[in-house]
Design a protein around this ligand. Structure first.
Ligand SMILES: [Zn+2]
Ligand SMILES: [Zn+2]
Length: 354
């Protein structure tokens, strides 16, 4: 597999971010990201202005973040040439994104932050919608803000990367439950804005500079064939393949601040076949299928089935013989910090449930 590492969910000065595209692209390039997925609020203007494409070895993909009339139900949509309409209910924009060939993810689904009145939480409420491709299981900005108190404020502003620990357990439980019925892909988002703030009344600091944020939560995408870097004539096709891989769950989420996650693998095998993250396997019978995990470095590895931990051990590799159906995934932890979150390998019945 060919692995590409990117930052997803980024705001520029086309909406409420402070950075211009050239600065954001430079930051991504300096950090060594393969792709960035831009998501300004309610606009695809950057795409019309020609920002999508190869820029300084970075694949720049322009999507956008949609919200409803009440500014709730934030949805990250990619692969569209035109916005799907304003002032429509969440169920409707979720449906339209899919109909128009896009790929969409629910942003910060369980956001609860309450520390700053001027930044209220924007949770997802339209759970009766079923046409979303996935959810943002980890959002840097949301977690950072949720844990903010008067006492830790200064530390948190100075060390935005050290202030985050793991995705919200509530979101992970929801994600595991959804995967019992169908594939719901998990992605990680930075939600970078590079806000400027007056910290403690002393100085104006850039909170979350893009370059700092780009070192933390990444979405790693796995492709069968390589992307043709800087080849403009293949950009559209390679972009489609990257979007397809996300839609299929051929990806995982990692916080690179605690360790380089490149090379992580989670796959299933029988005597003759191999499947990867995001795939569905018809249960072949007890003991005929094995799950394999390979970590780039030793870490605390947890194998989960339908949200419940089956095995937890300090290791670099694991093989587990499958005796029952379920939505299986793995987590790796370094020093009590969440590091890697795989997508599910779903092993189940004829009707696609598990
Ligand atoms: Zn949002
Ligand atoms: Zn956002």
């Amino acid at each position: 597999m060919h692995e590409y590492i990117g930052a997803v969910h980024i705001h520029s000065n086309y909406s409420d971010g402070t950075g211009a595209f050239p600065d954001i692209i430079r930051a991504a390039s300096e950090v060594g990201l393969d792709f960035i997925m831009m998501t300004d609020h309610n606009t695809l203007r950057p795409k019309k202005d020609g920002w999508e494409g190869w820029q300084q070895n970075v694949m720049v993909l322009v999507g956008y973040e949609i919200n409803d009339r009440a500014d709730r139900n934030h949805y990250l949509a990619f692969g569209l040439d035109k916005t799907v309409g304003v002032r429509i209910p969440a169920q409707e924009y979720v449906r339209r994104v899919r109909e128009r060939g896009g790929v969409g993810f629910i942003a910060h689904p369980d956001e609860e932050r309450s520390s700053m009145p001027e930044h209220p939480p924007y949770p997802w409420t339209a759970w009766d919608s079923d046409a979303f491709d996935g959810i943002e299981i980890w959002n840097h900005m949301s977690e950072w803000m949720e844990g903010l108190t008067e006492e830790n404020k200064f530390q948190r502003f100075i060390h935005p990367l050290r202030s985050i620990t793991a995705p919200p357990p509530k979101t992970l439980a929801r994600w595991d439950a959804l995967n019992r019925t169908r594939r719901v892909v998990g992605i990680g988002g930075t939600d970078a804005h590079a806000h400027k703030a007056d910290v403690m009344g002393f100085f104006d600091v850039e909170v979350f500079p893009y370059k700092v944020m780009f070192k933390s939560i990444h979405t790693h995408v796995l492709l069968d064939e390589p992307i043709r870097i800087m080849e403009d004539e293949h950009f559209e096709e390679d972009k489609r393949r990257l979007h397809d891989a996300l839609r299929q769950g051929h990806c995982f989420v990692a916080n690179s601040y605690y360790g380089n996650a490149r090379g992580f693998a989670f796959y299933a095998t029988t005597a003759t076949e191999t499947w990867q993250q995001g795939d569905f396997i018809l249960f072949p019978g007890e003991g005929k299928l094995a799950l394999h995990v390979e970590l780039p470095q030793r870490a605390r590895l947890r194998l989960l089935r339908n949200g419940a931990c089956v095995t937890e051990t300090e290791t670099r590799e694991l093989t587990h013989t499958v005796r029952e159906t379920g939505a299986w995934r793995v987590e790796a932890w370094i020093d009590d910090r969440g590091w890697i979150y795989s997508n599910h390998i779903r092993i189940g019945h004829e009707d696609g449930s598990c």
